[in-house]
Design a protein around this ligand. Structure first.
Ligand SMILES: Nc1ncnc2c1ncn2[C@@H]1O[C@H](COP(=O)(O)OP(=O)(O)O)[C@@H](O)[C@H]1O
Ligand SMILES: [Mg+2]
Length: 399
């Protein structure tokens, strides 16, 4: 292999053609990564950790989850990917929080961090906390919870619904077997008969016709919409306090999408729980969410109530997202799109990450990353454009 080919191969595709790593550099990164990864993995694998080490206090007892300065990194051989880089927001009890942002901005990694399901060992939570108020009144600091304890929390109190149900349902087991397993695992004293009865009742409650037939079918025998209903039924089996729905309707067609959203809304009322709804579809957010968090390149650039984000967006990126909606067509009937691409997550600049794509950039934007500015008790944005707000600062404004 020629030297030129060798360097070609080392290029990080499509990002920055001048950036390549020598073999020595790659080896150094890999060695360093191993050291870091080992440390975190050892922490998580500890057995019989005393509760005091991972129990904490909520800042506000009305929240079910509080993300506080969360940093989740991937230690890859080409460098450290800072997928979530200082994220702070709350999920209040009984509310739906929508997360929006372009693909790759860290929405999924944020939600996976809450479940301790970030792809290990490369992916690790390196800083910050995620406080979770459990049904038993205890408050867990998720990044510190050891693996064996996490098994009992995950799936019982926090459930997750993924974009493509086929990938989360096991193709070789019948629907019923997969549902029963959840109940048998989490409920003490549950017998197979009780589990079957509960599974069928749950299938019925999410609008599946002939639930006892569906109970005996394999995932591939169902349609996409039906599979997503099964996923929702599974998520509900153990009365979760929080449902994370990661792009739950993206793989479905529009009519089914509306039905699934309606079902999610109904389910939320039924369990009086909270939903973290991740989507890139602003229409879905407008319909479903109470609060909105807008992410860009691993950070929150704006957050507020649905009304504040839709009627008074502050950050040029949020304004751009609003204009990209099909209803916000340009004069010549073309769709608006935000120019350019998200910066390379391995080498993030020190200035505002949105600078190279921003139509409204000023000189000051080349300086340090803008701080979060508070505009109302709920509305925050990180941009120099709007200057200081007149809203009195309080301790919520930290970030
Ligand atoms: N297993 C992984 N290894 C390395 N990088 C990853 C991994 N998973 C996600 N990332 C990176 O983290 C960033 C955020 O990804 P993700 O949270 O999936 O975005 P999205 O907002 O589309 O859900 C992306 O830049 C992605 O490339
Ligand atoms: Mg995602």
């Amino acid at each position: 292999m020629g030297l030129k080919n060798f360097f070609e191969r080392k290029k990080i595709e499509g990002v920055d053609n001048t950036m390549y790593l020598t073999l020595r550099e790659e080896r150094r990164i890999s060695k360093e990564n191993n050291r870091i990864i080992k440390y975190y993995e050892r922490q998580k694998a500890r057995k019989n950790v005393p509760e005091e080490e991972y129990l904490t206090q909520m800042r506000d007892p009305n929240n079910v989850v509080e993300f506080d300065n969360l940093h989740t990194y991937f230690f890859t051989d080409v460098g450290t990917v800072k997928s979530v880089n200082g994220v702070t927001f709350d999920v209040p009890i009984g509310k739906t929080v929508g997360m929006v942002g372009e693909s790759g901005c860290g929405k999924s990694v944020t939600s996976l961090s809450l479940m301790q399901l970030v792809q290990a060992p490369t992916g690790q939570i390196v800083e910050g906390s995620i406080r979770y108020q459990a049904g038993d009144g205890k408050c867990y600091d998720i990044p510190k919870v050891p693996k064996d304890r996490m098994l009992k929390l995950r799936g019982k109190e926090i459930s997750m619904i993924f974009q493509e149900p086929m990938t989360s349902l096991n193709p070789v087991f019948r629907i019923g077997e997969q549902m029963d397993e959840v109940i048998l695992l989490h409920e003490e004293g549950a017998t197979p008969e009780i589990a079957k009865e509960r599974s069928i009742a749950m299938l019925k409650s999410v609008g599946i016709p002939m639930p006892d037939k569906i109970y005996t079918k394999y995932p591939h025998e169902l349609s996409g919409g039906m599979r997503q209903r099964v996923m929702i039924a599974m998520a509900l089996l153990c009365n979760p306090r929080l449902i994370i729905a990661d792009e739950p309707t993206t793989a479905l067609d529009v009519t089914i999408q509306a039905q699934i959203l309606e079902l999610l809304r109904e389910v939320k009322e039924r369990i009086n729980g909270s939903i973290m709804l991740i989507t890139h579809d602003l229409g879905v957010i407008a319909e479903m969410a109470d609060l909105v968090v807008v992410m860009y390149a691993g950070r929150i650039i704006e957050k507020g109530t649905v009304r504040e984000i839709f009627h008074d967006p502050k950050h040029p990126y949020t304004i751009g997202l609003m204009r990209s909606k099909p209803s916000g067509k340009l004069k010549d009937n073309r769709l608006y799109s935000i120019k350019g691409q998200v910066p390379n997550p391995i080498n993030m600049p020190d200035h505002c990450y949105f600078l190279n794509r921003c139509d409204m950039a000023m000189d000051i934007c080349h300086g340090e990353y803008p701080k979060m500015i508070q505009y109302s008790p709920t509305h925050f944005a990180a941009c120099y454009l709007c200057g200081e707000s007149s809203f009195p600062k309080n301790d919520l404004a930290k970030e």
